[in-house]
Design a protein around this ligand. Sequence first.
Ligand code: PLP
Length: 424
Amino acid sequence: MPVSAPRDDELWSILERETNRQNTTLQLIASENFTSPAVLAATGSVLTNKYAEGYPGRRFYGGNQIVDEAEELARRRVRELFGADHANVQPHSGSNANLAVCLALLEAGDTLLGMRLDQGGHLSHGQAVNISGRYYRGVTYGVTRSDERIDYDEVRDLARQHRPRLIIAGATAYPRLIDAAAFRQIADEVGAMFLFDAAHYAGLIAGGAYPNPVPLADVVTFTTHKTLRGPRGGCILCREEHAKAIDKAVFPTLQGGPLEHVIAAKAVAFFEAAQPEFASYAAQVVANAEALARALAAEGFRLVSGGTENHLVLVDLQPFDAELTGKAAQEVLDRAGITCNKNTIPYDPRSPFVTSGLRLGTPAMTTAGMGTDEMATVASLLARALRGRDDDGELASVREEVTTLCSKFTPYPELAGGLGTRSG
Ligand SMILES: *Cc1c(COP(=O)(O)O)cnc(C)c1O
């Protein structure tokens, strides 16, 4: 019996409204982006129907000859893009990629050294609430109070003291470049392995706007949906010596059947990231972040570390308005059509649920076509909304200007009527 069902208006109206939200409000969440129609199409393809447990040429079910080609293509493209020995494109997410690395390289109870969560690190780098901190012993390093950059002396001291088996570099809210060579040296000194989690930077690296850690790290993990602009998912690159252990950790230790439709979309994203236009994109993302930082500073905000060298800025709200929390700011900006997230700043006096900071990123706005001029506009709209947070009229006026700005930089003009009208 062919698949048939009544038109699902309930769900399709949700998709339509979300498409509209993405088209008409400002997306400043540093970990988000807009994929190409080709990535969307592959993600929505019939490859979602195929079970393919195992790896190309070594599957547990039949009928995988064609799917094998898609996964092999993704693996080859990503190896070439980053100059890696080996790639595993199956992790369902960045967190799964990191967990697979731990499963491959560590025994339960081993020590790992990662960055403090409240200073920019990630849950999956040994935090107690995450499996990486429950099955392993997580030790954490942070940034200095003086310049708010990673304290490499502290990393070395902690490494000597705790003798971790794995040292992790990488962050979700760190506006500066990470010195992979310094981490490599420390890891070598204490006989640790070195994982660089490039979740936020993969697209910048692919586009040549951020140093490539692949030659220095034992393993590099990343998400495919942040600056890389692909489908939601994870990826692992490693030296040949770790290839077998990594593949075994992803399947069968951690995951079952791979998401072959997402892997096909990853292949598309790797193809797109290898084009010369993508290098221009990556450079523009960083130029836009610098422009946004300058404009925000002119509005009276303090920038953690004094600025940015990547795709994001971390704003300390305290000098702008001592009463204004990150939580309140996020809520006000939401009402004005400006989407971002509250974030702890280093040595934040407030809790992670309240915070004194905002994290703002340029990857999505840059994909939508905005340049440095628009960043100045964005900073001024943001400041106006926060100054006028008790004034409904002012918020409505900012919201209107946001809509006007977004109408010139619409990520999905071809879906302007919503996905529903096309597919529903
Ligand atoms: C986003 C991120 C991850 C996790 O990605 P998910 O796909 O959300 O699991 C891991 N590490 C870092 C540093 C990240 O920023």
